[in-house]
Design a binder for this molecule. Sequence first.
Ligand SMILES: Nc1ncnc2c1ncn2[C@@H]1O[C@H](COP(=O)(O)OP(=O)(O)OP(=O)(O)O)[C@@H](O)[C@H]1O
Ligand SMILES: [Mg+2]
Length: 420
Amino acid sequence: MMDKYSDEMGAILIVDRSPGNLGALFDFLSDFGFQVLIATDGESALKLVEDAAPDLILLDALMPGIDGYETCRRLKANPATEDIPVIFMTVLSETVDKVRGFNLGAVDYITKPVHQEEVLARVTAHLTVRNLQKRLLEKNEELAALNRNLEKLVEEKTKQLINQEKAALIGRLTQGMVHNLRNPIQTILGFSELIEQRAAELDEPSLLKYSGYILGAAAQINQMVNNLMVKVKRDRAVKLKPVDLNELVKYELELLGANMDFKYGVEKEFLFDGSLPTLPLISSHISQVFYNLVSNALDAMWERTERKLTVVTRQDEAFVCIDIHDTGCGIPPDQLQIIFDLFYTTKPAKGEAQQEGQPTGTGLGLPTCLELLKPFGGEIAVTSEVKRGSVFTVVLPKRYSPDPYPHSNAAQARYQFGVL
Ligand SMILES: Nc1ncnc2c1ncn2[C@@H]1O[C@H](COP(=O)(O)OP(=O)(O)OP(=O)(O)O)[C@@H](O)[C@H]1O
Ligand SMILES: [Mg+2]
């Protein structure tokens, strides 16, 4: 029988002026496993309630001192005790008083003399209701907490979306701006070349030097603009044409030979696989990738005494590769991933260089290369050793059809070449 109520067990306070009634109820309810507290008048009952916080109160209506009704009124007026269910115990004939009890917030009444089985039935019923109410309250609080979380999540997502929109808008504005920059840059480049020629004719060394600075800066802006334009170009439909990578690399190396430092200041070794197949590519994309990677290699070697650039073309069954080896400063392992991030650079910006000849950078080169290779499923693999040098490998799949899993080729290339 005790087990039957074990779930709803709670503390019950019995307030009764008659010790006989109190004792009988105490014994009966204790036997059922309830924790039973007792008081013989309203005042001591109110004190006890504050300390013990019972789950239910059986309250005698008529008591010396403050009676049951006043006790109930005070209980219901106190926010800490207002939720505790009160059952009045009244004498059978007191009809009007029963109504008074209900009006004061009592949940039930029991007529005196009490029948123990009736007390048990009512007490357990009201404790069950109270427990359910408590659980409901807890669930409501849980729900409210979940709701607050949800609101926070929605707020964060909304912020994210707004930021994405902003980024897209900035991107569109940048594209427009970059496009408009092309003509003035060409004008600066053209006229500074004219000034340079004129300074040479007039034998004006300082003018020659200054025009050289202007030309250098304009060329750098030009390069940045070209890099930023790539994305726009990529979005347009372009026709792929068969490209002989050996020819392309040789041509680019010849152009680089116009630079005196490259021509005389760097040891070079070129190894070409003569049997490379032609690949359907956009040759200007590959030219720019190659130029960016060689520029980085030369930059990495600027302070080194041993400066050697090795360019290798090679292939296996699935890929054609161009390796660019340098004997430069190398890249620490923890930086191998972030060097491809937009605007990541370890070089000072133009005008911030501390030493003469120190390479400057914007951090656009490598991310641009990745963009340029995307239409052909191309990737860049890197191996590097600090203070020894690096190898940047352009990996181009021989057969590539853009598929719904855009990274499968890249993943395959990485696996094949054991890099990153
Ligand atoms: N061959 C290399 N050896 C050592 N570090 C390299 C090499 N290539 C790239 N890095 C590192 O990666 C960084 C990012 O290269 P990335 O080409 O994207 O930008 P950048 O060369 O600094 O500037 P930009 O190319 O826009 O002029 C470089 O600043 C450099 O720290
Ligand atoms: Mg670069």
